[in-house]
Design a binder for this molecule. Structure first.
Ligand code: IMP
Length: 180
């Protein structure tokens, strides 16, 4: 059982559900205020559980898209990013709501935001389930954040360690022996 590998839970399933409802209401109100509906773009794979929870509470007729980007070096979340999978519709003149699992160094979002500027998107907003501000090396902040987390490696609700633990329904920290 993967839950046996968890040392502590940082954000419970109940807290995530409650926060998703709040975020969805705030995001929808902000788009309603400008009379626009965004294309909701999930960054694979980590955003999937968060995106599915969040979008349940949107009442506007938004479109969904996915993108997959990765760092060139693969292991560290630093360096340039490349597009492994692009969205299937044009972003030109569109309002884009990017959905991310965590903002760490901020590198991914800086590069993805740049890509959308090049695609001539009208506006790009970012919603991230988690924010790890202590790790930031780039000048970027998400417009909407679920929870701030300390500088610890976290897993669950989309976030992985070696591609595992994404299916945990909460955010937790792994027992040290799992990394050994
Ligand atoms: P950034 O470009 O450094 O902001 O990296 C963002 C990506 O790194 C996220 O989308 C995650 O895939 C990954 N990442 C950063 N911190 C963690 C963590 O604590 N657990 C799991 N993945 C993480």
């Amino acid at each position: 059982m993967i839950s046996n590998d968890i040392e502590k839970i940082l954000v419970s399933q109940e807290a995530i559900t409650k926060r998703c409802k709040e975020l969805a209401a705030q995001i929808e109100a902000d788009y309603n205020a400008i009379g626009e509906v965004p294309i909701v773009v999930g960054l694979l794979k980590g955003s999937v559980p968060f995106m599915s929870e969040l979008m349940k509470y949107f009442t506007f007729p938004c479109e969904l898209e996915f993108m997959k980007v990765s760092s060139y070096d693969g292991t560290e979340s630093i360096g340039d990013v490349r597009i492994d999978l692009d969205m299937m519709t044009s972003a030109k003149n569109k309002y884009i709501l990017l959905v991310e699992d965590i903002v760490d160094t901020g590198r991914t979002l800086v590069e993805v935001t740049k890509m959308f500027k090049n695609k001539k998107a009208k506006d790009v907003k970012i919603v991230s389930l988690l924010d790890k501000p202590d790790r930031r090396t780039c000048d970027i902040e998400a417009d909407y954040v679920g929870f701030e987390v300390p500088n610890e490696f976290v897993v669950g609700f989309g976030l992985d360690y070696n591609q595992k633990y994404r299916n945990l329904p909460y955010i937790g920290v792994l027992k040290p022996e799992i990394y050994e």
